[in-house]
Write a protein of this length. Structure first.
Length: 221
């Protein structure tokens, strides 16, 4: 189908599709903010070199990030097996709630090593929605629109996530706190706030999403 038909389908089913797109996008914004500013935080606050934090943070994303994406999919599958037709949305919501406490506190502790320890669950839980978000859309759209819908989601998530996430932290640091060395507070305020906004969108969107999945399942039963 054409992109025009894809957009029309999105408009006709906006109460089901938009919570998926924007709920997971806000979670993406939070994690892109973390990936962009964590190195600066450890360098400015704890005096680490770019090489030191880069090797640790990179290892986190290779191991814990990969495990998080896979675990997000496994959690969604497990919830589906328990009878939750909103499993993708529910898994993203749960992941966001698990990540938020660590996201809000890892930059506030005075000890560098403890901060690095608390960063680990941020990466793990924060990347879990990356395994459930893109897979949520193919379950609620016709086969001929799956590629287009996932493309639309990835476009929105990457433009807003990569463009908006780091920008929000920078603006808050420069124009609210007024001191580049206070970036730890920007991360602890902006990132959890954005994460919780995404979680709220997923929470309120999971009911129409689950009902739509149930309707589709009944049609092919």
């Amino acid at each position: 189908l054409s992109m025009r038909q894809a957009w029309q389908y999105l408009i006709d089913h906006k109460t089901v599709i938009l919570p998926v797109v924007f709920g997971f996008t806000f979670l993406t914004v939070a994690m892109f903010s973390v990936s962009a500013w964590v190195p600066a935080y450890f360098m400015r606050t704890h005096g680490m070199t770019a090489g030191e934090i880069g090797s640790i943070f990179g290892l986190y994303f290779v191991t814990l990030g990969s495990a998080g994406v896979i675990s997000g999919g496994l959690l969604s599958d497990w919830l589906k097996s328990r009878g939750y037709n909103d499993s993708n949305m529910r898994a993203g919501f749960i992941s966001a709630l698990l990540a938020t406490p660590f996201l809000a506190t890892f930059t506030l502790v005075p000890d560098k090593d403890l901060s690095l320890i608390l960063l680990a669950p941020v990466v793990f839980f924060g990347t879990m929605p990356f395994g459930t978000g893109p897979s949520a859309l193919p379950l609620i759209v016709p086969n001929r629109l799956r590629g287009q819908m996932v493309a639309i989601y990835l476009l929105v998530a990457n433009v807003i996530g990569q463009g908006g996430g780091p920008f929000l932290v920078a603006v808050f640091t420069d124009y609210v706190l007024g001191d580049a060395n206070l970036i730890r507070y920007s991360i602890s305020i902006v990132c959890p706030t954005v994460m919780l906004i995404g979680a709220a969108i997923l929470f309120f969107g999971k009911k129409p999403y689950g009902e739509h999945v149930s309707k589709i399942d009944a049609e092919f039963a």
